[in-house]
Design a protein around this ligand. Sequence first.
Ligand code: ARG
Length: 247
Amino acid sequence: GTVFGADAELAKKSTLEEILKRGELRVGFDAGYMPFEMTDKNGRYVGFDIDLAKEMAKAMGVKFVPVNTDFDGIIPALMTGKFDIIISGMTVTQQRNLQINFSDPYIVVGQSILLNKKLAGKIKSYKDLNNPKYTVVSRIGTTGEMAVKRYIPKAKYKSFDKEADGALEVLNGRADAFVYDFPFNVVFVAQHGEGKVVHLDKPFTYEPLAFGIRKGDPDFLNWLNNFLRQIKHDGRYERIYNKWMKG
Ligand code: ARG
């Protein structure tokens, strides 16, 4: 009823308040993106993002609640309130940022390439793949897919529902190259043994990864950015980083 909509403004609560009241931090992610979020032998979620999320919940004094969600629909799921925050190795893109807000980046990665062995020495960068005789694969809805469409438009493109299936397609010789976030490719090569695929490991895109939240929530955003700055300097971030990113 007021001229400036003050009632509506007052009624609008920060997600932070809801989390504290509920006693739970609900985190949306898509397990399968190594080493950020995976499912272990016992069905538990583990990884760099999972540890960051647990540290976050601990700092809030609430329980960590994982919400495994398909990456392709993770932004709509956030927007409709299925969870409080996306912690899923999500790259800040200008397009996504029109729909949601991002915290400051917690790590910077880029796209790299896994090549089928038979192309060793023949393909030196993404530019050499830009030819209809090559089949390039990635995962649907990711920046890997966007990078192929943008930088390798002449190659045949095939998308997969899971990143591991795309990488295996190259290992098995049904595709020539897999384009995906560098840290995933490092872990894939380590798991399947060096020499099974060729890793062109110089990232060719710039991709800050950040936490995603619903728009219009400066209180939550402020908390997240200060949390990040703090853990980056008090040893907590370093411990988690060394656990997952180093061999
Ligand atoms: N960084 C890439 C992107 O934002 C891939 C992230 C995939 N994350 C996942 N949990 N599967 O598109």
